[in-house]
Ligand binder design. Structure first.
Ligand SMILES: *Cc1c(COP(=O)(O)O)cnc(C)c1O
Length: 363
């Protein structure tokens, strides 16, 4: 049996090491995972309550259009409900966008380096990924604009960018959208939107009022702490939503995910708390990095990409042996860097101690 040409040789997603794997392989009991940008504070307790009430509903299919969650989100975002489309994580929306807008002979522009799922989605459809190098870790919108041709269908802007954590500003994005020919769809992946506190960060939903060319992707996996449920959404012009709905799996947002996300939206105090703790965590970590003269990119999400000044896999292994799981920059295209998720205060302390030990051993 032969898979279709576009699938041959596609990379298989490599998940970070799990707690259980590290405990077993290294015989360490006390392991912390700062590798997948999960919320160190878990999720809102309102979610547990909501799920407890669902025991009688497990035999029922989900409601395909997620009406209650849609209504709540409409209010939360102050947007038109016809602009919202849900995904089994925003990962699924990335695939749906590829399915809908890309085919052999078309091109799709993205940063080099950015979230790897864009390239996978593009390749599956037989379209050509066009990669534009980052400039100081930031999307180079000028160069991305120059890369646009008649064949370009989709442009991916990851804001904040994973793995660098940098943002493009309102001013840069406005300029970019003003120049862009109107046959191109711009994906603004804002998985870390709720973490950003920089006043120059764009209010992307307001662009939608006059620009039908963008789709904003957000998720319940990060600050809402619901990664287990796989719940994400896109906000776009109703015409774009209509096309995407043609390729959507009918029950793609499961019943538990809908209830969990709805409850999570009711607890703004939790989000506020997590955002504040995250800012404090970034300060806690970067103050040490400054002290040790280690380079890092300006962190706007809940993770920091930092230079360890040693081979990334070596740093990764050295931290692992001390029970701290991070992400090696080797696979991310930054061969001396690691990406660490900002944890709670104790976790950050533990990480910093492990890193310090590693740097001292190196001498
Ligand atoms: C984590 C992440 C996602 C995936 O989110 P899910 O909703 O869990 O699929 C999407 N984009 C970026 C940039 C991410 O870091």
């Amino acid at each position: 049996m032969k898979p279709k040409a576009t699938v041959q040789g596609l990379p298989v997603y490599q998940p970070g090491k799990t707690l259980a794997e590290v405990k077993e392989e290294y015989g360490i009991h006390d392991v912390i995972k700062l590798a997948s940008n999960e919320n160190p504070f878990g999720c809102s307790p309102k979610v547990w309550e909501a799920l407890g009430e669902m025991k009688g509903e497990f035999h029922l299919y989900p409601e395909g259009n997620a009406p209650k969650l849609r209504e709540k989100l409409e209010e939360y975002l102050e947007t038109d409900p016809r602009r919202i489309i849900f995904g089994n994580g925003s990962d699924e929306l990335i695939q749906m966008i590829g399915r809908t807008y890309l085919e052999p002979g078309t091109e799709s522009v993205m940063a080099d380096l950015t979230f790897p799922r864009y390239e996978t989605a593009v390749r599956i459809e037989g379209a050509r990924p066009v990669k534009v190098p980052l400039k100081d870790g930031v999307h180079d919108l000028e160069a991305m604009l120059e890369a646009v041709t008649d064949r370009t269908r989709v442009i991916w802007i990851c804001n904040p960018n994973n793995p660098t954590g940098t943002i493009v500003t309102r001013q840069e994005l406005t300029w970019f959208l003003d120049q862009l020919p109107d046959h191109v769809l711009v994906v603004l992946d804002e998985a870390y939107y709720e973490y950003v506190t920089d006043p120059d960060y764009p209010d992307s939903l307001s662009f939608l009022d006059y620009n039908p060319q963008i789709i904003v992707l957000r998720t319940f996996s990060k600050i809402f702490g619901l990664a287990a449920f796989r719940a994400g959404y896109g906000v776009a012009h109703p015409d774009v939503v209509r096309e995407l709905n043609r390729v959507r799996e009918p029950f793609n947002l499961n019943r538990l995910a809908q209830a969990a996300a709805l409850a999570a939206l009711e607890d703004e105090a939790f989000i506020f708390y997590c955002r504040n703790q995250n800012r404090l965590g970034i300060k806690q970590i970067t103050e040490k990095l400054d002290e040790w003269n280690l380079h890092y990119y300006p962190a706007h999400g809940n993770f920091i990409l930092m230079d360890t000044t040693m081979p990334a896999d070596e740093a990764f292994q050295g931290l692992l042996r001390q029970g701290v799981i991070v992400r090696s920059g080797e696979a991310l295209g930054f061969p001396t860097y690691i990406r660490v998720t900002v944890g709670n205060k104790e976790q950050n302390d533990r990480f910093l101690k492990a890193l310090e030990q590693l740097l001292e051993m190196k001498g």
